[in-house]
Design a binder for this molecule. Sequence first.
Ligand code: SF4
Ligand code: SF4
Length: 716
Amino acid sequence: MERSFKKEVEALKLGDGETFRGEGILAVTKALLQAGVSYVGGYQGAPVSHLLDVMVEAEGLLGDLGVHVETCTNEASAAAMLGASISYPLRGAVTWKSIVGTNVAADALSNLASPGVIGGAMIILGEDYGEGASIIQERSYAYAMKSTMWLLDPRPDLPTIVRMVEKGFELSEASHSPVMLELRIRACHVTGEFTAKDNRRAAFSGVNRLAGPPKFNYARLSHPPVTFLHEKLKVEEREPAAQKFIRGEKLNEFFPGDLADIGIITLGGLTNGVLRALERLGLADLFGNSRVPIYCLNVAYPLVPEELRDFCAGKRAVLVVEEGNPDYVEQAVNTELRRSDIQTRVLGKGMLPKAGEYTSDVLLAGVAAFVAKVKPATVDADAVAARQRQLTAHKPGAAAAVGELPVRPPSFCTGCPERPVFTALKLAQREIGATHISTDIGCHSFATLPPFSMGNSILGYGMSLASAAGVGPNMEKRTIAVMGDGGFWHNGLITGVASSLFNRGDGVLVIMQNGYTSATGLQYMPSSKASRQGGAAGMDIETTLKAVGVKWLRKVRTYGVAKMAETLKEALRSAERGLKVIIADGECQLARQRRVRAEDAAKLTRGERVVRTRYGVDDEICTGDHSCIRLSGCPSLTLKPSPDPLRSDPVVTVIESCVGCGLCGEVAHAAVLCPSFYRAEIVKNPSWLERTRHAVRRRLLPIGGRPEKAAAQAPA
Ligand code: SF4
Ligand code: SF4
């Protein structure tokens, strides 16, 4: 991809005793190499996309170590990769965004966890929970419990994260169970340093291959009747082995404090927030030395009963800090203490909210409420409560003073090729009326926000067409499903297209072919024009659709708004029954700009001619009704006061960020708006003919034209 990870790749090469500095997710990547993995795979998604992006660019280094990297087409294929660790002493790691990715991977994970593993198997989850998350608010904890996999939730501190990766593989091997390593957004992006170790070449890998398969062993399959045995092994052998390892290796941490009759049990990932709340309340110092003893669960699942009992013995009350619902850890703590007849009072939800991210202020309020409730002997609980009130008292006043802030919903990039499709859809619906639109995951889901506000359902990545299957037969008009090319290869081809053809569906599918999985940071996919190996993979959406039997198929350039609107109307009105697919073709503008900028810079260095296209609005012609903004939503279109004193409405203007995609001109034409848009070409290193033409124009234009327009058309 155009973005370079050269600096990050250099960090992966650090050896024994050298200091690694950087973000949490890069530290995980380095730790995988230090742990001697033989294979790595995954599907991109925030906040862990970086891991795979860097691995892909580190091919040379990984080749030397014999590490195979697979850029999987979805999370299910990534999870299935871990099957290598079932029968072979191979360490492997895969990564994806959770909870959605874990949902996709669930089948393979169950089938992996049942027979268990010989080589360490690790799943690195980008836990996208809380403010700023882009997905459904659920947690991965339930998957760990139901499949008996261990869930690591390291304290956001680089040495701890790295240790948990390395020890995680050992835990997996000691207990023959896969391990999940959960990284919240803040853990992925926390910065710090750790002392690196040499990367380890695995005993078996691409440079020292296995001689052959082991002797056939039915017990390594997740197939009855051995699945009944696996279930017993999980509870009778693997879980006790894991608990023994966690305890022996001290994976969980205990922070002492002088307020010995109370304590806080926190998930590792929330520890920094808890310490910050304690510090703000005067119960810890800036270096994390707390007056309240803390039991930090770097392993969120399973709990270790002996550790829990040791921590709670002699305490009047503990606070369990666990984000989200249900309160799995709090329930488990209660159960274990009651079973052991330890009468420590367990507080958690109630002091802290049942749902939502535990931000700094939420934790501040929760810890203060806990202190007020349990009233430690040597602490002035009233003073702590007053401190919490004082720390937050200014907020309502500040909010009132600022007033209501304008919302800033995310939107398509300037010049995005997907925006014009929704403009065309808006125009088509003006004529034929609204119909059900099932939308999907990807950049095109920005169309669910203003100014388009289109879409009636989102059921998952690549699931839009499948999710219209029940609506279509019950709706007068044909339904429209929108899917990206990333979603098509992720699973839309099978769950949507194949299913629709198989069931003789009659809907319309619009596939946004922008050439990349753009929303996750611009990764290549099967139909990209390039791949990490260089040339294209040779897979093509149009050919694939024809091969599976799609008869009604059109490929339309996305910026051709009028043509796109006509094609949509044709698909919705056609007497021909069956699935109708429109491939909306236009390269992701973000990727295009990165490429073009680099190409143009190189041309300028060589003194070659470079043309940049910009659009502008003639304020004398602009009527001020702003339909162009409502129809395109381009962030480069904005308002400015009218220069005409007789007109009070602001006029539209195009700002510097315009990339000259041409959509505004197309919209003005297709929707028959005022002809106020003009196109300008800014030419660098112009030819002698262009210079001469410009000189002549400059002499003539002040007579009949306007000087600012002449400047816009000038060579630079
Ligand atoms: S990343 Fe590409 S496809 Fe996504 S909104 Fe930006 S230009 Fe459009
Ligand atoms: S040409 Fe128009 S729609 Fe395209 S980027 Fe410029 S202002 Fe936006």
